[in-house]
Design a binder for this molecule. Structure first.
Ligand code: HEC
Ligand code: HEC
Length: 225
């Protein structure tokens, strides 16, 4: 069994237990038959990644901590997810043209080294903005979901602190800007992404969330350091 399939099954187990709706969604075939190319690389060199990653600071911020609401931070991101996103940009499976151009210049080894570098950096401080009551609503949904409405708790996949899982390719979502997080959640609610290892996961998780809940969740995520 490939590591990828094993990974998918590993995180599927708790999900299946948690929600029959999610289980059904996960069995839906992916909408795209374009699959993510596998990367070939040897042991990642974070020091080399730091040199290559210096050019990212202009947009993603010094130390990988973004101050621009439209740009995600890379500090503390799990390396498997950074590799996956860069591969997808290079293969033009993700739409952002700037990132497609950035990724086009990177080799497989470059991506692995860059990902190792950013994963070792400490995520930034909380974003200001959402008020305490809104964050508290987000925190409750994040931790418990809403079984009565088939809303699955985010913590099942992203972990209590939002730091994700490298081995399961689950992104760290701590400290995303409120605008970026809300935009992503709205996107996942409407669409299923390209055929990466778990394309249905976020579509299923975001189904049924109201606009108000997206704002609350985004406010909560932005406060996780
Ligand atoms: C000119 C600005 C710019 C530069 C330079 C840039 N990026 Fe980006 N990057 C972006 C934007 C904007 C996004 C968000 C795109 C979106 O919202 O879909 C992004 C997204 C990403 C993502 C996806 C993150 C996620 O959480 O989904 C990764 C990974 C990434 N960039 C890595 C890099 C790396 C590594 C470099 C340097 C080699 C780099 N970027 C250089 C603007 C930039
Ligand atoms: C079944 C597992 C699962 C659950 C439950 C889940 N997620 Fe996710 N999440 C993922 C996966 C896998 C990705 C990466 C998806 C992709 O790249 O298309 C992701 C991506 C994200 C992203 C984008 C991160 C980035 O840097 O671009 C955000 C934000 C997010 N999730 C928030 C949430 C919130 C909030 C909840 C709860 C409502 C939640 N997730 C529940 C698996 C899950």
């Amino acid at each position: 069994m490939s590591t990828r399939i094993r990974s998918a099954l590993l995180w599927l187990a708790p999900v299946l237990l948690a929600s029959p709706l999610v289980a059904a969604a996960l069995q839906t075939p992916s909408p795209s038959n374009v699959t993510l190319p596998a990367l070939k690389f040897t042991a990642p060199d974070a020091a080399r990644g730091a040199q290559l990653g210096a050019s990212c600071a202009g947009c993603h911020g010094a130390g990988g901590i973004s101050k621009d609401e439209a740009v995600p931070s890379l500090a503390g991101q799990v390396s498997s997810y950074t590799r996956q996103q860069l591969t997808a940009y290079k293969a033009k499976l993700l739409p952002n043209e700037t990132m497609q151009n950035v990724a086009a210049r990177l080799t497989d080894q470059d991506m692995a080294d860059i990902a190792a570098h950013f994963s070792a950096l400490v995520p930034g401080p909380a974003w200001k903005g959402a008020d305490a009551a809104v964050r508290a609503q987000g925190a409750a949904l994040y931790a418990k979901g809403d079984p009565a409405r088939n809303l699955i708790a985010c913590t099942v996949c992203h972990g209590a602190g939002g730091r994700g899982s490298d081995s399961l390719i689950l992104p760290s979502i701590a400290n995303l800007s409120p605008a970026y997080a809300e935009g992503k959640l709205a996107e996942y609610r409407e669409t299923v992404p390209y055929a990466h290892p778990s394309p249905q996961a976020m579509h299923a998780a975001a189904q049924g969330l109201t606009d108000e809940e997206l704002t609350a969740l985004a406010g909560y995520l932005s406060s996780l350091k």
